[in-house]
Design a binder for this molecule. Structure first.
Ligand code: GLV
Ligand code: MN
Length: 222
């Protein structure tokens, strides 16, 4: 047998790392196979992503998007709104493994606990003060109050939120390593699904009575 510091053992470790690193399960969206593939959102062909618009029909405007210029309407129960530049709104992102959100907050507004099944997220605060937090797979809560110019990262799939803790409005831009990261909002997916999750599941899961579950359901329309 060889020891941990022996060259054969180190060579074996290097080979294991080299084989494991490229496995698709470690990445977000797959790498593109061409320079660009502006999505043809009207195609009837169904693939993992969208088929490409014919290259001769691609124009400069396919690579630009002005949908994040305007402040979002924050008149909703959360006092915050997310405007997305993803493959559905900005077809030029198709296959590139990237997207961006603009998140506007009224005073006291919250982007409620949610997760993204297909991407990690980074974010930069542009205006105001945000309490940003996420919970790890072993239930450790990490959080920090961020000011303009400061940045955060949320590892893929973990539940996270941003709460406006400043005096006025707040604004952040977030980025994802997927052209369509997806979003699962904890409260609406548990209490606002169609059809509803049975009370027997939710009362047991949260260790409360039907009255509490029905009270929360009534806020999320299920
Ligand atoms: C913020 O968490 C976002 O998903 O844009
Ligand atoms: Mn998010």
């Amino acid at each position: 047998m060889f020891s941990l510091s022996s060259p054969p053992f180190q060579l074996l470790c290097c080979l294991i790392v080299l084989f494991i690193l490229p496995l698709p399960s470690r990445s977000a969206d797959p790498d593109p196979l061409q320079d660009f593939c502006v999505a043809d959102l009207n195609s009837s062909v169904s693939v993992n992503g969208f088929p490409c618009k014919p290259a001769e029909q691609v124009v400069s405007d396919d690579f630009f998007f002005d949908g994040l210029r305007k402040e979002g309407n924050t008149s909703n129960i959360f006092g915050a709104t997310v405007t997305s530049a993803n493959v559905f709104t900005f077809a030029g992102l198709n296959t590139l493994g990237l997207s961006t959100n603009r998140v506007d907050f009224a005073p006291g507004g919250i982007n409620p606990p949610h997760s993204h099944p297909r991407a990690s997220e980074t974010g930069v605060v542009i205006v105001g003060k945000l309490l940003v937090g996420f919970v790890t797979g072993d239930n450790v809560f990490h959080s920090k109050v961020l000011s303009p110019g400061e940045m955060f990262v949320i590892p893929r799939g973990l539940v996270h939120f941003q709460l406006n803790v400043g005096e006025g409005k707040a604004l952040a831009f977030t980025s994802f390593n997927s052209h369509f990261p997806g979003v699962v909002i904890s409260s609406t997916s548990l209490f606002g699904s169609t059809p509803s999750i049975p009370n027997a599941v939710l009362t047991k899961a949260f260790q409360v009575g039907d009255d509490v579950i029905n009270g929360i359901r009534s806020k999320f329309g299920s």
